[in-house]
Design a protein around this ligand. Structure first.
Ligand SMILES: [Zn+2]
Length: 350
């Protein structure tokens, strides 16, 4: 039997009814959202949350998908009170709010596992978020648990590179597993999640399907963005072939096809290339040997044309490519070998 959605998010804000999960699949030690009988968060907390979403909407319009930590830590002004969006810990509750407002994952350090690894729940594709420490009753953890029971929307900040984050909102805590010390997090659509209270609440499975779908899209976007930012960072914003430094003209190229387009991106399977050299690399006009030397396809080397061909392509034949200073970020030689083999075949057919 399906419970009707209760109005838990209606204090003082127009037409806001947040669908909540009344999951009946709970088994084992995993707690999913159950009916909530305590007081819901107050009107001010709700308004702060919505103001935070508006602030993030504006930031995204100005700065794009990746936001700087100092901007997020400075936050915004709410009726004379400054509201930061994140703090030193992963689970963050600004003083003005009753429950946590955001959860943050730290950027990975290449070659080391994340301290708070954000994983994916293989069964649902939803995100998993580690407890703070191992005490399930730590106030940060109980805060998130309350946010789950009340289905209060939060912001999820995903660390891309040190100091830069990708934000997703609204997200909901939809599961809690004390045995693995993790919460399950679903991303939702702002308009749909906050549909008018006068509408017939949508059936529970629809919310579930929609959240899984949106969470999956968000994971793919996170992956692409993280790959680009980390690869460009590794090459200190230079093209690996020509050293060009114009960020607007730089791209992150995959050496071999991405085996896990939603997982943790691998910098060692990437090259920072300008648009010309990315295109030339993709159509095998240009190849990189496993010993990091650039080669230009034979027929292109023999062509005679203007300065662009001469200096932009032919001139790099036999030159070493630019490498990231840190060895753990340098291209994987096995990936380069695989890719060079394709270039070699293309060369012999040209
Ligand atoms: Zn270039």
């Amino acid at each position: 039997m399906r419970e009707r959605h209760e109005r838990l998010w209606d204090g003082g804000y127009p037409a806001a009814s947040w669908p909540r999960r009344t999951d009946k699949r709970s088994g084992g030690s995993v707690e999913t959202v159950r009916a909530y009988h305590g007081p819901a968060v107050g009107a001010r907390d709700q308004r702060v949350r919505l103001a935070a979403f508006d602030f993030l909407d504006r930031q995204r319009q100005v700065h794009g998908d990746t936001l700087r930590r100092d901007v997020l830590a400075a936050g915004f002004d709410f009726e004379g009170t400054r509201v930061p969006l994140l703090g030193p810990q992963g689970i963050f509750k600004p003083a003005i709010c009753e429950l946590p407002l955001s959860i943050t994952t730290v950027p990975p350090i290449e070659g080391r596992p994340r301290p708070y690894e954000d994983e994916v729940d293989p069964a649902t594709g939803l995100l998993r978020y580690r407890y703070r420490g191992s005490d399930q009753d730590h106030r940060d953890n109980t805060g998130l648990r309350d946010a789950m029971r009340q289905q209060v929307p939060l912001v999820y900040f995903h660390g891309i590179v040190p100091g830069r984050y990708m934000a997703s909102w609204p997200v909901f805590i939809v599961g809690d597993d004390p045995t693995t010390l993790t919460f399950t997090v679903a991303v939702d659509d702002r308009q749909l999640a906050m549909s008018p209270a006068t509408h017939e609440p949508e059936p529970e499975p629809e919310t579930d399907i929609r959240r899984r779908y949106i969470t999956r899209q968000v994971r793919q976007r996170l992956h692409q963005q993280a790959f680009r930012e980390r690869v460009l960072d590794a090459y200190r914003q230079h093209c690996a072939i020509c050293r060009l430094r114009h960020q607007e003209l730089l791209e992150a190229a995959h050496i071999v096809a991405d085996s896990d387009p939603e997982g943790e991106p691998k910098v060692t399977n990437g090259l920072a290339l300008c648009k010309l050299h990315h295109a030339a690399f993709d159509c095998h006009i240009l190849g990189v040997r496993p010993d990091y030397v650039v080669e230009v396809r034979g027929d292109v080397l023999e062509e005679i044309d203007g300065p662009m061909l001469k200096h932009g392509l032919q001139g790099f034949h036999g030159q070493p490519m630019l490498l990231p200073t840190r060895e753990v970020l340098q291209p994987d030689r096995r990936c380069l070998e695989q890719r060079y083999e394709l270039f070699r075949r293309a060369s012999s057919n040209a």
